[in-house]
Design a protein around this ligand. Structure first.
Ligand SMILES: [Zn+2]
Length: 487
């Protein structure tokens, strides 16, 4: 058996100004053919899982094309067209294949489409014909549209947030595709969407955990293949926004419908439990310093590059610097100008910096202060978090500055902090600190929960705020919870 694999993943935050050009994809993750094996074999991500399952089961993989980039603005049409052509031309050039397995995101937006995945799957389906099984892995921070359900054979969303199960979904996708090819399974999907914008909610506790448990109970029923709670992506302003329950059964349409209908009713009834009320930066720092537990990890959820925010915001950093307590650190602020300045000044230099706040006004003004250059690095390390362990992180030239009593890491590349590796790279053992501040919404939990004495999530003004009514939505279908009163 021969299965083609590929990836085109982007979480589009339409509130970000400008467009995401092709170069952003090329700079971040851009691989053809065997390069896909080099980058993903042994890595705990979706393509890593696909490769592992195929190699274990004696299935031949035809690697087509893979690209992704950090969450950012609407994708330029020319970029989308180029990537789609790479995928479709690659599939055609691959020769005889029995199935196609793709890693997509489900929150992609282009200049021409609010529904990148539905549009792409439609174009691929037109190219490969109606018979070829197309199995897709996706991110629960996505939307599910009729077009996606129509053109794909199966849609396997990750279930966990932090997304620690993308590898398993990749394995599952290959094995499911193989079972379909062998004629052992005949999939039917049933989709229920709900007018909800769910603030990022971990599945390790609270209502999202409860919802997952209900889904997993259903999934264990005979004849059921997958039951997904699709959270949706709230930090975007498009017509296809929704939360969803997607049930996939083996041949039994009534079983899938009954599960999706029942679970979507339960999700709707639970909606108020998803409301979040988080402290501001000053309150979060005060609570952290008053705590006995250590280290206290403070996550600035509202400037999360993992949801499209710039990552150079200064609200939480300013509060931490104002407290000026020993054994506190911030990792990290994305500011290539300051990183370059430190590399030019050299280790041991003292310099005046204008740190962060260079992207816009919303995320806070630059901080003008004196800084000591403690060390410099190339910003390269391997992640250890269960979410993508083994993957190379490359944050460009970095520096560890000391500002007053506070250690501050500065990167050249924007991304969220997933684990302690970036701290270790700069000589910081976070377990010896009282307060560790970082930018992430929930994914950091996978890398920090086991070593944190206490976790505090702080909501400051920003593009990935949990206070959704602060965002200037214009295109999401109304009414929608929690922006509107819903009965
Ligand atoms: Zn996600």
């Amino acid at each position: 058996m021969r299965i083609a694999i590929g990836e085109f993943a982007h979480e589009t935050n339409t509130f970000c100004p400008g467009l995401t050009p092709l170069e952003k994809f090329q700079a971040r993750h851009w691989a053809s053919g065997d390069e896909i094996f080099t980058l993903h074999r042994g890595v705990r991500d979706s393509l890593g899982g696909m490769i592992a399952a195929a190699e274990a089961d004696g299935i031949t993989i035809a690697p087509i094309f893979a690209t992704s980039t950090e969450p950012s603005a609407t994708i330029a049409q020319a970029a989308y067209d180029t990537i789609r052509d790479h995928l479709i031309d690659g599939i055609k050039a691959a020769g005889a294949i029995d199935a196609l397995v793709l890693a997509l995101h489900a929150a992609g937006v282009t200049e021409g489409s609010d529904d990148l995945e539905g549009t792409l799957l439609g174009e691929i389906r037109a190219a490969v014909g109606p018979e070829l099984p197309i199995v897709v892995t996706l991110d629960l921070h996505g939307h599910t549209t009729r077009a996606m359900v129509e053109h794909a054979t199966a849609l396997l969303y990750c279930h966990e947030y932090p997304h620690v199960d993308t590898y398993e979904r990749g394995e599952e996708a290959i094995r499911l595709a193989a079972a379909i090819v062998r004629g052992e399974k005949r999939l039917v999907m049933y989709l229920e969407t709900l007018p909800m914008l769910i603030p990022p909610s971990t599945t390790r506790s609270g209502p999202a955990k409860k919802m997952n448990e209900l889904c997993f109970d259903r999934e264990a029923q005979p004849g059921m293949i997958d039951v997904a709670f699709v959270h949706g992506f709230p930090h975007t302003d498009v017509s296809v926004v929704s939360a969803a329950i997607l049930a996939t059964a083996d041949g039994d349409a009534a079983l899938a419908k009954e599960a999706a209908t029942d679970l979507s009713r339960q999700l709707w009834a639970m909606r108020e439990d998803f409301r979040q009320s988080l402290p501001d930066a000053e309150t979060a720092v005060r609570r952290a310093l008053a705590a006995d537990a250590r280290p206290v990890v403070i996550a600035e959820v509202s400037d999360n590059p993992g949801g499209g925010a710039p990552g150079d915001g200064t609200h939480l950093l300013r509060a931490l610097l104002a407290a000026n307590e020993p054994e506190t650190c911030f990792g990290f602020v994305a500011d290539p100008v300051t990183a370059r300045q430190a590399h030019q000044a050299g280790t041991g230099a003292r310099m005046t910096v204008r740190l962060g706040g260079k992207t816009d006004d919303l995320h806070g003004a630059p901080i003008e202060t004196e800084a000591y250059v403690k060390c410099l690095s190339d910003g390269r390390f391997h992640y250890s978090t269960p979410m993508g362990a083994g993957r190379l992180g490359n944050l460009g030239p970095m520096t560890r500055l000391v500002i007053g009593n506070v250690d501050v890491l500065v990167s050249s590349v924007r991304t969220q902090t997933l684990d302690q590796e970036v701290f270790l790279l700069h000589g910081i053992d976070v377990t010896r600190y009282r307060v560790v501040a970082l930018k992430s919404h929930q994914h950091f939990l996978a890398g920090f929960q086991h070593l944190a004495g206490l976790i505090i999530r702080a909501d400051t003004p920003g593009l990935t705020t949990s206070t959704l009514h602060h965002l200037p939505y214009q295109r999401v279908p109304r009414p929608i919870w929690p922006l509107d009163e819903m009965v």
